[in-house]
Ligand binder design. Sequence first.
Ligand code: ADP
Length: 471
Amino acid sequence: MEIIHVSAECYPVAKAGGLGDVVGALPKYQCKSGDIAKVIMPMYRTKFLYENDWTVDFKGSANLGNWYFDFTVIKEPTNKLGFDLFLIDINGLLDRQKIYGYDDDAERFTAFQIAVVSWISSWEHQPDVVHCHDHHTALIPFMMKYCYDFQHLSTVSTVVTIHNGQYQGWMGWDKSLYIPRWDLWKRGMLDWAGSINPLASGVKCADKVTTVSWSYMDELRENANGLEALFEFEKGKSVGILNGIDNEVWNPSTDTYIENRFTVKTVTKGKEQNKQILCNQFGLDITKPLFVFIGRLVGEKAADILPGAIRTAIHQTQGDACFLILGSGETSIEWELQQMTNEYKGIYNAYIGYNEQLSHLIYAGADFLLMPSRVEPCGLNQMYAMRYGTVPVVRSTGGLKDTVTDMGDTDGFGIRFNNATIDDLAYSIGRGVAVYQDKKHMEWMRKHMMQIDHSWESTVFEYRQVYQSLK
Ligand code: ADP
């Protein structure tokens, strides 16, 4: 089976969050299991681009409304990521430092999608599946079905995976000219609430829709930033598949980002050595349990309650816990978390920014990982934490609910709470501080979590079933 993944992110080429991790791993494991999976993504100016050699695979041109543009498809020729990787270069539009966050993102990603479909339609053969990830690629099923120039692709199966339903790529109808000559009777397949909504269009036009956890599939029918009714209507073709993690990248016994590697047997010592490095680097007290947060500092992750919850927990435990934050996002949250470093020297610190290497060290050295998320489609952090023997403290939502059990339940190994509030999080931190004193229980939880199988090997099979159902 030949599967073409289309995405805005793919680790290690370009990553802003979990989408990058998934698209960097799923195709690799699909290839290992005997399928042909390829990835096509925009060519940004990233380190990976400059550190690798590329060959030109295709040159083409297309229109974005009145603007005529040339594009080039380049290929990484050595298969170094375990799958064929293609990048699309559109001069002046895609070749920038950042992945997102520009005023012309609508133009950038629409042009990218037009180039992708033009490229695939130039092939002599047809792939079995075009698999689109999130709203940046979700206009592709529409283009393949209803744009006159791509009609011969209308029988190719399409899948849209929703990694985050909050972002939908809305654009005004004035931008409808961007979409190559299309069947105007199909206007309803682009529209949601009076604007072009790429994610809604993907859900309507794709042959199958998947989300990255089972619970998130159910939650979208109740909370999907305006698309609830659509998810209810399309539930017959929708399925939740829990993300896996790349066990080769996230393996505490081989991880090249950390000095002190460890296995299930050596977890207690290994974590202590890593914690020592972290505590030295950030001026924290190693004798206290270390609670960390890694992620985007945004409302979706409930990062706004971190300052209040940390203050309350420090007060309630009389300073008996340490905290370390790694993240970037909304300026007001960044500012407050940074400010607090002056207040709580020795027990609190923050690194505002993105740092892949540091994230590995933190997963390896921390005792507890905080994830109070308001919305969490799957969440990879908690699975990485478990693999490194770090106890997840999570709100019961989406993928967090599907992957973490509470230590109060039989064989439970994490801490769960219901509300994204300062009090609930602070109370849960208190539970963590208490269990930390019970060394045997901590060791049991660490060892148990590290052995849970969240590998892609078992998940690729579920994707194959989805593809096969479309034949
Ligand atoms: P998201 O909603 O951001 O995609 P996920 O939990 O699915 O959340 O994935 C987040 C990924 O991004 C993880 O690999 C996590 O380690 C990484 N990450 C997030 N913020 C940072 C940061 N500031 N520095 C390093 N890695 C980060």
